[in-house]
Design a protein around this ligand. Structure first.
Ligand code: X2X
Length: 336
């Protein structure tokens, strides 16, 4: 009898509190990104927050902290900060998380993904699931994919048409040592630095070049720091991952977990579609600003593929031979 009355009382209380009955939820959930809302990346995070706010009627309150400010600008510390609970959530690049999740180096293997269909074949298939399992195993719950985009090569010195043209150029890279290996194999001098340090280094000429998606080159006005040569070599694309720290994830009700996940999936699909649709206009804008854009013929492209083969030899064991094979098969069998 007493038990029944207690249950009744609890039910009434729940009804009274209605959608606000989430006393154990935080007043604010931090969402980390590298790039802010002027970039597709920041827009992906904004869309996620907007959908969660709307669908939870404000019960789940997320706040975006861009420019990697929660890790003092060091984007390669974002994953560890999420794992330890210092950051609740993030929309992060596979490049920046690869120091802690070696499997994420998969996407950085040079020339693994020739086109957008190849990215989708990996992320939406078994290889993508295996990558998500690897992330989860290391303390973070991945929910959905977004996209930073194909990373093209820019520099201040000359048009890059052959691997030889890269000889001796100092190139800013970020993430794991895989990039050191790729650019060293091409005869360049790679230097690892955060996004926060990249533009100043390009401005002073401390480095000659960098690689980033067209949207980043455009919005960050990389042309204004003397980067007037751009080669569309499509050597890799970094997906974004919407994720929640495992510590935080388990505090949400099953319903809210589903809500957060579906909102991330919807935001990711929206952002991928939007950023791909904007590419042609972005390229036109970059050309209008006087940037010399080089497109490679299949033969010229093949020379870069050839020159970076050694990266597969040294990195396949670290990423996992099965995963690399799964991804290569997915690319080979992709629908066009
Ligand atoms: O730092 C970069 O190059 C950026 C913004 O693209 C990433 O965070 C991977």
């Amino acid at each position: 009898m007493l038990k029944r009355r207690t249950l009744l009382a609890a039910a009434t209380l729940g009804m009274l509190l209605g959608p606000f009955a989430s006393a154990d939820y935080k007043a604010e959930y931090t969402v980390s990104t590298v790039l802010p809302a002027a970039f597709p990346w920041g827009q992906a995070a904004e869309k996620w927050v907007e959908l969660v706010t709307e669908r939870s009627q404000g019960r789940i309150n997320m706040k975006i902290y861009s420019n990697s400010q929660l890790v003092s600008g060091d984007q390669t510390k974002e994953f560890s900060a999420m794992r330890s609970g210092l950051i609740d959530m993030a929309v992060g690049s596979t490049i920046n998380w690869s120091p802690q999740v070696p499997e994420l180096n998969l996407f950085s293997l040079p020339f693994l993904m020739p086109d957008e269909q190849a990215i989708d074949a990996i992320t939406q298939g078994e290889a993508g699931e295996a990558v998500f399992k690897a992330i989860e195993k290391r303390g973070v719950t991945p929910l959905a994919w977004g996209e930073n985009g194909f990373r093209e090569l820019s520099n201040s010195k000359r048009a890059i048409v052959t691997p030889d043209d890269l000889k001796g150029l100092k190139i800013r890279v970020v993430g794991s040592p895989l990039f050191q290996d790729t650019f060293s194999a091409l005869g360049a001098n790679p230097t690892q630095m955060s996004w926060a340090d990249a533009k100043p280094a390009l401005t002073t000429g401390a480095v000659d070049g960098q690689e980033n998606p067209l949207s980043v080159f455009d919005v960050a006005r990389i042309d204004q720091v003397g980067q007037l040569y751009l080669t569309q070599w499509h050597y890799m694309a970094d997906p974004l991952v919407f994720a929640v720290s495992n510590r935080v994830w388990k505090t949400f009700s099953v319903e809210d977990q589903a809500l957060l996940k579906q909102a991330a999936i919807d935001a990711g699909q929206w952002e991928i579609k939007k950023s791909r649709a904007e590419l042609a206009d972005t390229l036109a804008t970059i050309k209008q600003r006087g940037v010399n854009v080089t497109d490679l013929t299949p033969e010229q492209q093949a020379a870069f593929v050839q020159a970076t083969q050694s990266v597969y030899d040294s990195w396949t064991p670290r990423i996992g031979a099965d995963l690399v094979k799964q991804a290569q098969d997915a690319v080979a069998n992709r629908t066009q």
